[in-house]
Design a protein around this ligand. Structure first.
Ligand code: ZN
Length: 435
């Protein structure tokens, strides 16, 4: 047990619990020889037998930097490794203290170096340490047994396993070689594929440029097509309009359009002007003259259209002063187709002759037309200044003199009707004729 004694000159402390130590009497006999023997290498002291436990160094749990603890109130004396407390009476024998202390301290140094456990230790700490070391020893022994067993198992199977491993190795090496060949093959294929890919990328780039160019051309052409389509539609519209106009014009009879022959009660009319007189409807001579002027103009135009001439007669359209010239051996006689209203007796003769001559001209025209087209005929026959209703077989004189106004008016209406039919014939012939 460590117990500080007042009579002790030098006191060491336990390096674990710091309790002051009372050294055993045997320490008084420590000398240099003993120290040298103890300081011999531990390796030489190790047991050679496997059965004996191995001495394993205990890992140091103490911090080396911590100063070893002292017991007060003694004087501190520094040695190489130790701090020791020294009582006052030590001074009385300095030489003896020094020699004994050094030997003891050296002994502890040697023990510390060899066992890697800090010395000195008190008895309790030593017991605790021994217990701890025994536990570690048993653990280590158990591990050693395990290792030994494993080692023996391994050595038993060594021959067989080495053969197997060699076979495996050869197999793996063959496989490695095969895989390396495959790898080379794959790498060359990869290089070929990359090369092909590069070529394809170049192709792709070129095709994309082509596509852009063609798309631009396509858009240009499409724009042109749209413009052309618009133009085509426009032209078609114009054509349709022109065709419609042409159809309209083809259906339009220029004579009908220019000379509208119709009727107004008992009167025949041309362009709205009445031709004739009735006792209860006294038509002004001026209107009758204008109507006659239109009639002469129409007759003359129809003759020109058919390139037909009226023999000794020549129509002269001159508004409300139109007339007919009759060429004979005696000379040219001028027969008026207008009435001034005055000088009735003398004047009426020439007016009547003019109207008879006009009817003669119409009759000639009728013959010409019927000659050209057998299927065509005018509804009323005309002869010697009279016009005949084919249904009633009744003839009406076109002369104003010695005639009733009713019959004269009727004769004029029939005459206009014949003229209307002549217009229809000319229109039909002009449509059938190649333009
Ligand atoms: Zn202790």
């Amino acid at each position: 047990m460590a117990e500080a004694s007042q009579t002790t000159d030098v006191s060491f402390t336990c390096q674990r619990c710091s309790m002051p130590l009372k050294l055993d009497e045997s320490f008084r006999t420590v000398d240099a020889r003993l120290c040298t023997e103890i300081a011999a290498p531990v390796v030489l002291l190790k047991p050679s037998s496997q059965d004996e436990p191995l001495v394993l160094p205990e890992p140091s749990t103490d911090d080396d930097t911590v100063c070893r603890k002292l017991t007060a109130p003694l004087r501190v004396v520094e040695s190489e490794n130790y701090t020791v407390v020294v009582g006052d009476n030590v001074h009385k024998e300095p030489g003896k203290f020094s020699q004994h202390f050094e030997m003891t301290a050296r002994l502890f140094d040697v023990l510390t170096d060899q066992s890697e456990v800090e010395h000195p230790l008190c008895e309790e700490c030593t017991d605790t340490l021994i217990d701890h070391m025994e536990k570690e020893l048993s653990t280590a022994e158990s591990e050693v047994k395990d290792y030994k067993r494993y080692l023996s198992e391994r050595s038993d199977n060594d021959e067989e396993s080495i053969e197997d491993l060699r076979a495996d190795l050869a197999k793996l090496q063959a496989e490695e070689k095969e895989l390396i060949e495959t790898l080379h093959k794959v790498e060359s294929e990869r290089a070929a594929v990359f090369h092909k890919r590069d070529l394809l990328l170049q192709d792709k780039k070129r095709l994309e440029e082509d596509e852009k160019k063609h798309f631009k051309e396509y858009m240009d052409l499409k724009r042109q097509w749209i413009c052309a389509s618009d133009e085509k539609i426009s032209v078609e519209n114009q054509l349709a309009y022109a065709q419609a106009q042409l159809d309209l014009l083809a259906k339009t009879n220029v004579f009908n359009a220019t000379f509208h022959i119709w009727h107004d009660g008992h009167f025949g009319t041309i362009n709205g002007f009445r031709l004739g007189k009735l006792p209860d409807i006294p038509v002004d001579w001026k209107e009758i003259n204008i109507a006659w002027g239109q009639t002469v103009l129409l007759m003359n135009s129809l003759a020109k259209r058919l390139s037909f001439s009226f023999g000794k007669h020549r129509l002269v359209p001159f508004g409300d002063r139109s007339y007919i010239e009759v060429v004979s051996e005696k000379g040219t006689e001028k027969l008026p187709l207008y009435h001034t209203g005055g000088l009735r007796f003398i004047y009426d003769v020439k007016f009547d002759l003019g109207m008879v001559a006009f009817l003669e001209c119409l009759s000639q025209f009728k013959q010409e037309v019927e000659q050209r087209n057998k299927n065509f005929s005018l509804p009323y026959s005309m002869l010697d200044g009279k016009i005949r209703d084919n249904n009633s077989e009744k003839a009406f004189s076109i002369k104003y003199q010695l005639n009733t106004e009713e019959e004269w008016t009727k004769a004029l209406k029939f005459m206009l009707t014949n003229l209307k039919w002549a217009v229809a014939y000319c229109s039909a012939s002009s449509r059938d004729a190649p333009s």
